[in-house]
Design a binder for this molecule. Structure first.
Ligand code: SF4
Ligand code: SF4
Ligand SMILES: [Zn+2]
Length: 270
């Protein structure tokens, strides 16, 4: 299997995967969604809450704030030496202390003060609650390691999807070079164009959705759209806890361990 980076932004990664099969690529996708560990707020101690939201609503909102984890190795609470009591190896503490003294104020994710400067909200402007004049919110919160399979708040990616890479066959002899070409008009991705020789060509084949509208709309059967069953375009978007390339590496590591464990179990039974 060969993996090539097509596009990379802060939270987005597009990969070209060649020489694989859908089951393997889908296995990797499912690991990204459900198995990559991250930190998320799990315990909340409300000291004072006179806002219009119930304590449990505030706790739920805090849990869903993605926390930059930088792959720092924390223990899972049930595997830590403290036996789940909570220590610096398995949790990070946060506090909020905000009051609307003279005017209404909004409590944002940036109001979460972390005891570890590396573990902070991925975005500063995530809305938590608005405090009206005279209201106050004081709390302690503890982030712990978990995986998306347990709760979506630990999910490292908002999107992980893949599709086949299309293959186009354009028969320039059959093509009548229609003046108002339906193949161009009906392409939802606007990737069919005429080149300088007035020939129909595909401008950006990786952007094709494989809808095959161009094929259906051409009365002369000049366009054929198919795909390579061993080549995939993989798209993932991080929620902000981890950079997307680290999510891919961690997913591959988890995948490899699962396969090794499985093979060991088979050998033991044989
Ligand atoms: S619709 Fe068919 S014949 Fe017309 S320009 Fe497109 S490919 Fe050519
Ligand atoms: S298959 Fe759909 S998206 Fe792809 S080129 Fe044809 S019309 Fe455009
Ligand atoms: Zn611990």
């Amino acid at each position: 299997m060969e993996i090539q980076i097509i596009e990379k932004y802060e939270n987005i990664l597009t990969l070209l995967i060649e020489g694989s099969v859908p089951s393997l690529v889908n296995g990797l996708r499912r690991i990204m969604l459900a198995q990559v560990p991250t930190l998320a707020i799990e315990d909340v101690w409300i000291v004072k809450n006179t806002s219009s939201l119930y304590d449990r609503n505030i706790a739920q909102r805090l849990g869903l704030i993605p926390l930059k984890s930088e792959m720092k190795d924390f223990n899972f609470p049930d595997k830590c030496e403290c036996e789940g009591v909570g220590c610096s190896l398995c949790q990070v503490g946060f506090t909020i202390d905000k009051e609307a003294e003279n005017e209404n104020v909004v409590v944002y994710s940036s109001d979460l003060k972390s005891e570890d400067p590396k573990i902070i909200p991925a975005e500063p402007k995530i809305f938590i609650v608005e405090l009206y004049k005279g209201q106050k919110l004081v709390l302690e919160a503890y982030a712990k390691m978990g995986i998306g399979k347990t709760h979506v708040k630990w999910q490292a990616v908002s999107t992980a999807s893949f599709k086949y890479v299309p293959i186009f066959e354009i028969d320039q002899e059959k093509c009548k070079k229609c003046e108002t070409a339906p193949c161009i008009d009906f392409c939802p991705r606007n990737i069919i164009i005429k080149n300088e020789k007035n020939e129909i060509v595909i401008d950006d084949k990786l952007n094709c959705s494989l809808c095959r509208e161009c094929e259906k709309m051409c009365e002369n059967n000049a366009i054929k759209v198919c795909w390579d069953e061993k080549t995939f375009l993989f798209y993932l978007e991080s929620n902000g806890q981890l950079p997307p390339d680290q999510i891919v590496l961690k997913s591959c590591e988890i995948f490899k361990k699962k396969v090794t464990d499985f093979l060991e179990k088979i050998e033991i039974q044989a």
